[in-house]
Every structure is written in C-alpha cells, then in structure tokens.
Design a protein around this ligand. Sequence first.
Ligand code: NAD
Length: 370
Amino acid sequence: MGAMDLMSVMGHEQVVYCHDKETQLKAIIAIHDTTLGPALGGCRFWNYRDETEALIDVLRLSRGMTYKASVAGLKLGGGKAVIIGNPSRLRSEKFFRSFGSFINSLNGRYITAEDVNVTVEDMNHIAKETKYVSGLSSPGGSGDPSPITALGVFYGIKASVEFKTHNASLRGLNIAVQGCGAVGRNLCKLLHDEGARLIVADINKTSADLMAKEFGAKVVAVDEIHRVQADVYSPCALGGVLNEKTIPEINSPIVAGAANNQLLDEYNDGLKLKDRGILYAPDYVINAGGLINVAHELSGYSDELSRSDTKRIYQTTLKVFEHAAKENITTNQASDEVALKRIHEVKGLYSANNHHLNTYNNQSWIKAGR
Ligand code: NAD
C-alpha cells in the first residue's frame, strides 16, 4: 500500500517528506487532523529499518496525537514527525535548524516538540528557524515534559486502581515498571513516595539499578517484567509490548503506562486484554501530561496550571472506563469514541444515534513500530 492509500485509510490530511542533502536530514511530518486546532506532536529520531517503517510509525503516532489532544480537552490537532537515521552520528545544530526550516514552511499547521532521542537543546536549535516549536528550555519554555508526563501516568494508575478496587491508594501495591528512562524514573519516584513497591526492568542495567538504589526497586530481566505478579504493569519503554505473545503471560489485573502504541494490534489485542479481565488504561489518555505541558507553553507557560490540568487525567481515565463498561466495549475503543465524539461535535457532524463510530476501519494490520 502506498503513502496516499495509507493516508486515506487512516484519515490523514497531509504528509510532508523532508530532505536536506547537506546535513543528511531525512524526515517525515504527518498532519493527521486539524479540526480542533494546529497539529501538535513530538519529533522522534530513530534509526528506522526503512522508509516504510518510518512512515507507518509517523502515521500511527500522529493519529494518536489527534485522539490524545481531543480526549485531554485541548484545542489542538494531531501531528508528529520522525527523523530517519542514527541520532549520535547526525545530531548537530545545523541539522535541527534545517528541520526547523521545513516546519516553518508549514506556517503553523504543525507545531513540534520533543520525543524519543530528541532533546530540549535540539528544540532550542529548531526555534532559531521557526516559532512553531514547543518544549523549549526555561525561562519561557516548559522544558523537559517527562516529569509532567509521569505525573499524568501516576494519576492514570490511581484512577485504574480506583476503578478496579474502589480504592485509589497505591500504598503497599506492587507496580512493575518497564523502562526506567525519562518518564519511568520520574514515575518510580511518585509511586515510591505514595508507598508502592516497585519492580523494574530496563535494557540499560544502570538505569534499572539506579531505581533499586534510590527507591528499593526489585530489578528483573527485560523479558520477565510483563509477567511478574503485580497489581499494575506499567509499560514505559517502547510500543507494541501488548501483543498475542505477551498478553497471555501478563500477571497483573491492570496495565497502565506511558509508552505510546502499546497495543501491537489495536483491535484484537484490546479485545484479548478485555477477555482476560485485564483493565487497560489507554496509553494516550494517561500519557497526555507531556502534551498538556507543551500546550500550556503556547499560551504562556505556568508550571502550576500545567500540573493541575494534568491531574485531571484521573477523571478523564475514569470517564473512559465508565463508557467502556456501559457499552461493553474495550477501553481503547471507548477512548477513541470519546475522542472522535468531540471532533465530530466540532465538525457539526455528531449525531446522538451514531456514537459507535467506526474507529478501526480495518486497520488492525498496521502494527505498532515502537
Ligand atoms: P526514554 O528514551 O527516556 O526511556 C525509555 C527507557 O526504556 C530507556 O531507559 C530504555 O533503555 C528503556 N528500554 C528500551 N527498550 C526496552 C525494553 N525492551 N525493555 C525495558 N526497557 C527498555 O523515553 P521516555 O521519554 O521515558 O518515553 C518512554 C515512552 O513514553 C515512549 O514510548 C514515549 O513515546 C512515551 N511518552 C513519553 C513522553 C515524554 O514526555 N517523554 C510523553 C508521552 C509518551
């Protein structure tokens, strides 16, 4: 299937291929939907196997941003960018300024921010070429979004525990955190401060060992973490970790974490979790803190306001669970419906009799890249 067919299946407005011979920049910017506002979404720097893998990743990630912004109640659309190549070899000021020029040429239809392998410093370089950038360093900027993302995930976990047990306290609960990077380690701190017991894994042993040292976490192997006996399994590394192999092995009644695109097959894997009675907190609902944070930057950043808006993820997550329970649908379908309902209302297309929107459109073959 070609790029245009994929755009049509997934509902994208625009996909832009960027190439700069001098800096060897190769990037794809995907604008999914701008009904609610300009498309905002991070830029991911990854050594993709090939262009198709990069395209599918950026299409999926940008569509996820549309849903994330909508559920979070923001006046933003969904977009994302991927840069193809080896970050340690290609990264330079000139490289990111070149990327900034491409963003500028879109006149504000796409606003960028950090994602995997892209730093605040890179954003500062991009800002020399365009104003359509967020996640800049302070003063003025919102800085690293990871602590706020972790705060939102923390409240998403609390809402999940509340929904499952009618008690939101995490004291004494065992929480398995997969990935102790920027979000994972901030989450570990919040969970530890709340009295939870931590089990962690990371491909970088030093990162996992740090959690053992700082918060008394038990470290397990990376292929063990999803199957440990725990109250919550929190994927905070990369996507695709909920799939036909891992789901039967999960030993936690709740899955709630930061990683984007956790379900390898959105439709079938969502159903498998539901059939097993595992409560899945949809990734984009509970990891929206980073987006809420950068959205605040666009209107004059306030850490306090950003945190209080992020804490609302607790109520949003409960709303999604309640909708899923009422309609007897998966939680990921429920969140998609909540997201699309708002977009369709803005478009003036929503009909109360037509709220089971077809959110999957035969897309189950589009696997999560990461
Ligand atoms: P990061 O790169 O800082 O951390 C990821 C961590 O996962 C690293 O420590 C890495 O070593 C580890 N890891 C990689 N593969 C692993 C594996 N197979 N098993 C165990 N550990 C593994 O990234 P981050 O900013 O912490 O983001 C983590 C996830 O959350 C990503 O999917 C990202 O897209 C998503 N997310 C992040 C933010 C944010 O604000 N940073 C916002 C929304 C979503």
